[in-house]
Design a binder for this molecule. Sequence first.
Ligand code: ADP
Length: 479
Amino acid sequence: MDTFSNLIGGEWTEGPGITENINPSNTNDVIGRYAQGDAAQANAAIAAAKAAAPSWARTNVMVRHNILKAAAAEIFARAKELGDLLAREEGKTLAEGIGEAGRAGQIFDFFAGECLRLAGEKVPSIRPGVEIEITREPMGVVGMITPWNFPIAIPAWKIAPALCYGNTIVIKPAELVPGCAWALADILKRAGLPDGVLNLVMGKGSVVGEAILSSPDVDAVTFTGSVATGKHVAMKCAEHMRKVQLEMGGKNPLVILDDADLDIAVDCAVNGAFFSTGQRCTASSRLIVTEGIHDRFVEATIAKLQSLSVDDARKDGTHIGPVVDAKQLDTDMNYIEIGRGEDGARLAWGGERLNRATPGFYLQPALFTETSNDMRINREEIFGPVATVLRVKDYDEALAVANDTRFGLSSGICTTSLKYASHFKRNAEAGMVMVNLPTAGVDPHVPFGGRKGSSYGPREQGRYAAEFYTTVKTAYQLA
Ligand code: ADP
């Protein structure tokens, strides 16, 4: 069986421990043995990143461009193989895995181009004979802590802008999916990235993650994960007066109005709520439906769910793969019980554990109806294939319910009315708004992020990424 090491200062370095990477579609399938780093390795990686920082910050932008471009080319060329690894370690379907690998390629491609478009401003001073320049400089060493649900896209959308803007990196991927992050580190090393510019330390959040948060030599931290860990990351960064960027949960509403195209609405709901096994922070977990279309929508959604196959992520014809692991499956089942029990909602479809040819964490998508927005299943992020339907009187009530949440990542509406679509775009309290589209599924070249409890700090992706990965300098000179 293959063994995969940490990358520290350009050297592949065995960890003090090792973990097996298990396939959630078949728990007998061990993908590989991956190093488990400790605090000492994290600190060695941070030291290597710090040592490499001045030289990488001054590296010719064409060199940076060429490295990112070469990485993009290799990712595109190997998208099928990387997508297969992703589906095998995380459990989203092969098509979704290949799509996500392609997305990682697009992100490296975009930031390869951005390397050649770095610019500052020159502005007149109010003082005679004085010139002012405003430029962006790298932050220095960026610590990255990433989750399991997008094993290649999220590391890519943190690594690519960090390198483009001249930073060095220590990345700790989620314990459940070290494979894709390892593949990215390997690709970048072979693309010519100098030693120490990207360091990969796999291992536990409480050990490696904590070491990154505790080091005075980390200049900025970008985190994607749960709200509870995100809060902890923010507190630790405040202690060090360190720049931080957090992407956390969602409880994203999809509003369906009486005038919606029913087919579009059902497609948006099923895709947004259940594809990628519902394990997306942008998942449509609350379906807010006006009363004139409610019954038709519920019936058509259940009919669609009945036609979907839940099975091995890499099997032909699978629409929905397994839940990522036993712990997440327990969480999902627990919320299904809460929905049925203390919340008193009606489980209109699914919610059963399924057996397939191989031992895996298979769960039938669950749809609750007759729910109210104060129920726990409507207030807490579940992060699984579980969605609720909320019946509302009209658009005004739909908008109020959509905004009545502590989250604010993505918000969607299905309607044929220009008036309501425009009003919703202006008044949805979310970082991203979708009209006649699923709440999940975003473009790589525009900002990604949310409001309220979903995000903290500057946006990710596209040119807005510069807000986090650079610091602004204002220079005055007597000419
Ligand atoms: P999830 O429940 O989805 O795994 P987490 O927020 O626990 O979400 O995990 C997201 C990332 O944060 C993972 O890489 C995890 O290892 C890391 N992490 C967890 N706990 C800590 C911690 N105390 N300090 C730093 N990182 C952590």
